[in-house]
Design a protein. Structure first.
Length: 132
C-alpha cells in the first residue's frame, strides 16, 4: 500500500497548521506507533482528496499489514531548506522485518507548521526517492 498526498497539484493547499514542530512530531508519533492511521491521514491530508470511507479502507489495509503497534522509530533522512521548509523520512518498526516509512514535507511559519505533502510506504526507496 502506498499513499502519497500531493498538495501542489493545482494550487498550494495546507491543512491547519500544528502549533509548532514538537506538536506535529508528537501527533505523528502517537498515531503512527499505535497504528491509528485514519486520524493521521485526515489531519495530514491537506487537500482532503479522500473520503472518510477511502481513508478507513486504507487505514484497515495498513492495520492488516502491520497487526501490532510499532515499538521503535527513527528519523532516517532530513533536509532543511529556507525559509522554514523541511523534508524528512521517519521509519517505524517492530521486529520481524516489518517497516513503515513516513515522508513529510512541511513549512514552519509564524502561524505554525504546515504539512504540505506526506506519504506512507513499506518500501524505503519509494519515500527516499521523493527527496530531490
Amino acid at each position: 500500500v502506498f499513499l502519497f498526498f500531493c498538495a501542489f497539484c493545482q494550487a498550494a493547499y495546507a491543512a491547519e497548521p500544528f502549533a509548532n514542530r514538537d506538536a506535529m512530531v508528537a501527533f505523528i508519533g502517537e498515531h503512527m506507533t499505535t497504528r491509528d492511521f485514519a486520524p493521521l491521514i485526515q489531519r495530514l491530508d491537506a487537500k482532503e482528496e479522500y473520503s472518510d470511507r477511502e481513508v478507513d479502507q486504507v487505514s484497515e489495509q495498513f492495520r492488516d499489514i502491520y497487526p501490532e503497534d510499532f515499538t521503535d522509530s527513527a528519523q532516517i533522512r532530513e533536509r532543511l531548506m529556507e525559509p522554514g521548509f523541511r523534508e524528512e523520512v521517519v521509519a517505524f518498526w517492530r521486529g520481524g522485518g516489518k517497516y513503515l516509512f513516513l515522508y513529510v514535507f512541511s513549512h514552519e511559519t509564524d502561524e505554525g507548521v504546515y504539512v504540505l505533502t506526506f506519504g506512507l510506504n513499506s518500501r524505503a526507496e519509494n519515500v527516499l526517492g521523493l527527496f530531490q
